[in-house]
Design a protein around this ligand. Structure first.
Ligand SMILES: Nc1ncc2ncn(CCCCCNC(=O)c3cc(-c4ccc(F)cc4)cc(O)c3O)c2n1
Ligand SMILES: [Mg+2]
Length: 214
């Protein structure tokens, strides 16, 4: 059967990237998306904002919701301190298989734990399966109507601590209105909007950074 877009993206990484070089993997994916096929990676503009927030937080425990092809996984993992690992959740097994290969091509497989499944099922298992107490940094980039139920799940499961940082992609396009309303009006979060554009386009989009206040 015809290949999928993520599979074609992987071929482009293997052709144009340099094995073990995360920057070259990021560039190869951005080039593919700008010149061959648009894909829903966070992209270079929002990716730079992601980089700056990860660097500022310098997290010891990291969770990503929605791996897709592993582009933001590679962006985050390349910035983590030695010995720190990130957990990333992906629902779609075909995409997960591509992501594993892209992450490995970047040489970051030892810094990433990719778990197949849905956030609603896996978030309550984080403590028991991975010995996590709380997350320092969470990147939300999965089903947009899961952002709000999942942040409530983090609270219920005691996975946030005073200072935990949540960074959400696509709060304008496709949009996560209920999530935005919640984090911007809840006294338990301090939120800040980072304006940008939908990856590889001129369409307005942005990232919302929310700090849990305990
Ligand atoms: N619960 C759970 N747990 C785990 C999971 N793993 C995967 N999933 C399902 C995630 C499915 C992909 C999510 N991402 C997007 O839908 C997305 C879309 C656009 C976009 C598209 C078309 C346009 F015209 C404009 C913008 C742009 C973005 O940057 C996006 O991130 C999971 N779900
Ligand atoms: Mg996104």
């Amino acid at each position: 059967t015809r290949s999928t877009r993520p599979q074609r993206m992987l071929k482009a990484v293997q052709k144009n990237g340099t094995k073990g070089n995360p920057e070259s993997v990021i560039s190869a994916i951005d080039y593919f998306c700008k010149h061959s096929e648009w894909a829903m990676n966070v992209g270079d503009e929002k990716g730079s904002i992601l980089d700056s927030v990860v660097t500022e937080v310098n997290p010891s425990t990291v969770l990503e919701l929605g791996t897709y092809c592993g582009y933001s996984t590679v962006r985050i993992a390349r910035l983590l301190s030695p010995g720190t690992k990130l957990i990333t959740l992906e629902f779609n097994p075909v995409n997960a298989a591509v992501a594993r290969q892209i992450i490995a091509y970047a040489g970051l497989q030892d810094k990433v734990i990719l778990v197949e499944g849905s956030s609603g099922d896996l978030i309550p298992q984080m403590k028991e399966r991975f010995g996590i107490m709380t997350f320092d940094f969470i990147f939300l980039d999965h089903w947009k109507d899961r952002y709000l139920p999942d942040i409530k799940l983090f609270e219920e499961c005691g996975l946030l601590r005073k200072g935990s940082v949540l960074l959400a992609d696509n709060v304008i396009c496709p949009g996560t209105p209920e999530y935005l309303e919640y984090v911007r009006n809840s006294p338990r979060y301090e939120s800040k909007y980072y304006p940008a554009h939908l990856e590889y386009t001129k369409v307005e989009d942005g990232l919302e950074k929310s700090v849990f206040l305990g």
